[in-house]
Design a protein around this ligand. Sequence first.
Ligand SMILES: Nc1ncnc2c1ncn2[C@@H]1O[C@H](COP(=O)(O)OP(=O)(O)OP(=O)(O)O)[C@@H](O)[C@H]1O
Length: 310
Amino acid sequence: MALLKVDDLKIHFPIHGGILNRKIDEVKAVDGVSFEVREGETYGLVGESGSGKTTTGKAVMGLNNITDGDIYFEDSHLNAKKGKKVDVRNDIQMIFQDPYSSLNPRKRVIDIVAEPIRNYEKLSKDEEKKRVQELLERVGISSDSIMKYPHEFSGGQRQRIGVARAIALNPKLIIADEPVSALDVSVQAQVLNFLQDIQKEMDLTLFFIAHDLGVIKHMCDRIGIMYQGRLVEEGLTEEIFNNPQHIYTKRLVAAIPDVDPRNREKHREFRAQIKEEYQQSFYDYFNEEGLAFNLKQITDTHKVALPERG
Ligand SMILES: Nc1ncnc2c1ncn2[C@@H]1O[C@H](COP(=O)(O)OP(=O)(O)OP(=O)(O)O)[C@@H](O)[C@H]1O
């Protein structure tokens, strides 16, 4: 069953300029994206920087103005223009990329983790302390640490504190936006495995945003590939990795270094094949747009050779 459904989402940011600071153009950060995240799964959005992943995640959290399209969570229409505003903030939580800046450095751990609880529940000081201690234990941080400040923890531990805060209200969906990309490679796997454990324990659904295909492969059941604000391919992670269809996905997959020396030759061949296909699609594009002729004219005028056709 779909827990989250994003339907033809468009988010365009205006660009202002000139002396009157009028709108002169717009960035189509997300331009007609549809997908669903099913209950219990980990769904990944992958794509290079600037492809619109974070903008999509923020829209689900209600942090971006939506230009067009709809977002549904369970039976609620999150961006309905009419009717009562639906509050799903305790059901959907977000974990951010940078545990160094997402935790307020001037607050103690108890205040950081208790913040969402304070907004929703009226607990006594003792009850609150007990809840925070339980949450910390759950994410593998000693419950004696409640009076410490974020700088007293390592990057991996801070991300765990961020998770403790995110799970404080027993959410159904967690949006994890590049949750390990700011961490040392040595602790990335630990944090990812820990996220998977928490997901199992709490029956969570994960919406995972990352540019690192290794991370995506490790975490996700299904993935959507974003390219320039659009979803160019979607499917089961294994199928996409074994048999990418879109040329952009093929290039992404071909760019993953294969560490197993036995596969080196196969991988080299695959990369060569993709390069050829990419060149072909480049020519097809020029032909389609009727630009091949212009290209020939330019090369003739400047007496330069056309690159070898793939
Ligand atoms: N508030 C904003 N105003 C104007 N443009 C924006 C705004 N937020 C994002 N953009 C633009 O929208 C596009 C998509 O950005 P987004 O951050 O969603 O990409 P991303 O795939 O998450 O990349 P990254 O991994 O680098 O965050 C980019 O071109 C970005 O510059």
